[in-house]
Design a protein around this ligand. Structure first.
Ligand code: ACM
Ligand code: ZN
Length: 517
């Protein structure tokens, strides 16, 4: 029974099996093969270089006495090996590969997963573990959300207080969005530039591009804790440990998610200084500059921001954000980088986006006519539809099927080359540790991989679930704490209501406790 996830482009099963003896003859060097096989000159498991195969694609022919892989690149060969690994259930001791013929290549070039390490810092080991899981599922873009209000996680040598002050908070909100409770333990952590280089190269070995996100002009409270002058109205603040909701309202304390002052030239010195180091550290052509959820209140009251609006003939504060984004876009383009931002950035009518080349990441839960028009007029886009790809939400709210069944056309997007692909988001306000991270991510990552890789017309949720059941022993063996179906599919309505209520206020970890595996 075919057990591959993601489903290949074409698959034909034949009679018999090939028994894998652990030796491979390869035209590629494949340094990551260790543990799976040994490279040698004399084997009937053969990897051939074939320039006619697309870069991430592969062809696989399995006969009882011979297994042949064709690929044009190392990553194509690795993806073929990941398929063989699954076909024989290698990780749980299987060595029999069913005879078959596979011709495979991805649907989308951007097959992404995002991890928010600002709200909770997980550290290098967890990141590497996730990069390995991504590699196994043929995902190729790791979007690393490194800065936000609740913590700055990347060392910037020019601005040491970003991490000396901005990477530590004294407490953390617990108990859901509407809770006023806090856990009064310090939370801290950041990546040194050496750590970043190590992760970027670990990812590259697995065919994964690391796209850093430095979120501007809002979600900058952790930066302002170190450098208060970045705000329109500087004041001494700590790194906030709450995520919104009741706490700021009750305390009348709105020191989170404030925008950078766009009127002061010193703000641009800071932003460009940060981007200079970020562009040096990350080989990715794409640099994510955020742009989401920017409040305009302080800009309205700030003399410097109002001066810039007047001097540049801008109509309002939305255009001030557009003007701010334009300067970042030009700066990055001069460095040969392609900026990516959340879909709010194209609401500014003055966004300077020649050739529609700024990548827009469409996330908002409500449909955005600007985003849809942008995509359908050839704008570059990554799709992260909230209802399908916000993996931090409970399964009781967004079941596995809502990820699996995602179709761009259901959200007004017609797919052509400008649609780079899809991405799952692991926001971590309510993900304090690896156990909850695994539950939120698995098996949504498998569903995401199939949306990202497999032909849309071949997808079938019932068949996916059958293949997922075949994968579960492997997930267990690899100590991946996935969500069982009961919490997403078989929960009764009352239990779903309870989970969702607790997610807002009470116990955002309830689903984890109910999970039965
Ligand atoms: C977002 O979820 N604010 C991009
Ligand atoms: Zn200002």
């Amino acid at each position: 029974m075919m057990n591959l996830i993601p489903l290949p482009k074409t698959y034909a099963e034949n009679e018999g099996v090939y028994t894998f003896g652990g030796k491979i003859k390869s035209d590629f060097e494949l340094p990551l093969i260790n543990g799976f096989a040994e490279l040698c000159n004399d084997a009937d498991f053969v990897i051939k270089k074939d320039e006619s195969v697309s870069r991430e694609g592969y062809k696989l022919t399995v006969n009882t006495d011979k297994l042949v892989i064709k690929a044009s690149s190392e990553i194509g060969a690795y993806y073929a090996l990941q398929s063989v690994r699954r076909l024989c259930s290698f990780d749980t001791g299987g060595r029999e590969v069913p005879c078959c013929e596979i011709d495979d290549e991805p649907r989308f070039k951007w097959r992404g997963l995002q991890l928010d390490e600002s709200r909770h810092f997980f550290g290098k080991d967890t990141v590497k573990r996730y990069l390995d899981f991504m590699f196994a599922e043929k995902l190729n873009t790791f979007h690393w959300h490194l800065t936000d209000d609740q913590g700055w996680r990347i060392e910037i040598k020019k601005y040491p207080l970003l991490t000396e002050i901005g990477s530590k908070r004294a407490y953390t909100q617990v108990g859901g969005w509407e809770s006023a409770k806090t856990e009064n333990e310090p939370h801290f952590g950041f990546y040194t530039q050496e750590d970043i280089k190590e992760i970027v190269s670990f990812a590259a070995e697995r065919g994964i591009t690391v796209v850093p996100e430095i979120d501007f002009p809002a979600h900058c409270a952790s930066a302002m804790a170190g450098y208060p002058e970045l705000a329109c109205f500087p004041k001494e603040t700590e790194v906030p440990g709450y995520f919104g909701g009741l706490i700021p309202q009750r305390r009348f304390d709105f020191r989170w998610n404030r925008t950078l002052c766009c009127g002061k030239e010193s703000t641009f010195d800071f932003v460009f200084g940060v981007l200079d180091e970020v562009c040096e550290l990350f080989s990715s052509k794409y640099i994510h500059i955020g742009g989401d959820e920017a409040p305009t209140g302080e800009w309205k009251r700030c003399a410097e921001c109002q001066r810039v609006i007047k001097e540049n003939g801008l109509k309002n504060e939305d255009e001030l954000q557009g003007w701010f984004e334009n300067r970042l876009i030009s700066y990055l383009k001069e460095k040969g980088k392609t900026p990516i931002g959340w879909n709010e950035i194209i609401r500014s009518k003055n966004l300077n986006n020649e050739g529609n080349s700024v990548v827009v990441q469409y996330w908002t839960p409500k449909r955005d006519k600007f985003a849809e028009a942008y995509a359908n007029s050839g704008g570059a886009m990554v799709l992260s539809n909230h209802q399908s790809f916000y993996f931090d939400m409970p399964y009781a709210m967004y079941p596995l099927s809502s990820t699996y069944n995602y179709k761009p056309s259901d959200y007004g997007i017609s797919v052509s080359d400008n649609i780079l692909g899809v991405e799952g988001e692991l926001w971590s306000e309510w993900i304090p540790d690896r156990e909850k991270l695994d539950l939120s991510a698995f098996p949504r990552i498998q569903a995401l991989a199939e949306v990202a890789w497999s032909p849309e017309e071949k997808r079938d949720f019932a068949d996916f679930k059958r293949r997922l059941d075949l994968l579960k022993p492997t997930l267990k063996k690899l100590e991946i704490g996935y969500a069982e179906d009961e919490i997403s599919l078989n929960s009764d309505e009352a239990q779903k209501r309870l989970i969702n209520k607790k997610f807002r206020r009470g116990d955002p970890l309830l689903e984890l406790k109910l999970n039965k595996n």
